[in-house]
Design a protein around this ligand. Structure first.
Ligand SMILES: [Zn+2]
Length: 254
């Protein structure tokens, strides 16, 4: 008997095999720009992409996902200012989201999964910068999750709607209880809306594992950042870990 760790990939058309991972990487680059500009309170569209050190406008080579960073050795060619590591990280994550989506989904499911993955990436990137999850992303996640379920698995809509309510409600209760107990905020409302969105996309049965994995990730980060002496007041981007955990489980379980 053989035990398959991963299900066999679904057959996909050749152009999709290139287009989906490439789209993921390009979107990763765009979402990293959005996260950085959002955290600085800047406009997303103006000015065009430029070096933060000298203002040099980025050209086609600079903007190549992953390769641009490697070819420039992580620095601006004019002034040597380091390119934020968030870019190659986000581009690689986008590429992996594209590849894992192709591996597990086809047709309309593939489109929906790609949207879910990229929304989670946008949320994870922004939360990692300034512990903020913009409402447009969290509400967008809830609405698109319910919409995708209604479209693709209508019989599961009541369960997914309940998961959104319970997921959000559970974190809201935890956030409220922590604040009463400690007198300070332990969790952001963005995380509450994010877990509601994850519930809308993934349903009830996935929520406990998503929360557990995300908590383990957050604890591991706190231990690593504090060199083994984590403090209760440390800021950890729970939203980033919820996003990573949700995606791993979404593509990991058929
Ligand atoms: Zn420069």
């Amino acid at each position: 008997m053989t035990i398959a760790l991963l299900p066999a990939p679904l057959p996909v058309a050749m152009p999709l095999l290139v287009a989906v991972p490439l789209l993921g990487a390009v979107m990763g680059s765009f979402l990293a720009t959005a996260a950085l500009r959002g955290a600085y309170g800047e406009s997303l569209l103006h000015p065009p992409s430029h070096c933060r050190g000298c203002g040099r406008r980025l050209n086609a080579i600079d903007l190549l996902p992953i390769l641009g960073y490697a070819l420039r050795r992580g620095r601006c060619t004019d002034c040597g200012t380091p390119i934020p590591a968030l870019f190659p990280l986000a581009e690689t994550a986008g590429l992996l989201i594209g590849l894992s989506t192709l591996w597990q989904f086809a047709g309309a499911d593939l489109l929906a999964a790609l949207l879910f993955g990229l929304l989670l990436l946008a949320i994870a990137l922004r939360d990692s910068r300034d512990f903020t999850i913009p409402d447009i992303l969290s509400y967008g996640l809830i609405l698109s999750g319910l919409g995708a379920t209604a479209w693709l698995k209508p019989a599961l809509l009541p369960e997914h709607a309940l998961a959104a309510l319970l997921g959000g409600g559970l974190l809201a209760l935890l956030a409220w209880g922590y604040k009463r107990l400690r007198g300070r905020d332990g969790m952001g409302w963005g995380d509450v809306k994010l877990l509601a969105g994850i519930g809308a996309w993934m349903g009830l049965h996935s929520l406990p594992m998503v929360v557990l994995l995300a908590a383990l990730g957050g604890i591991a980060q706190a231990v690593w950042q504090s060199r083994g002496k984590p403090q209760a007041t440390m800021m950890i981007p729970l939203g980033s870990w919820l996003g990573i955990a949700a995606w791993l489980l979404y593509v990991g379980q058929p």
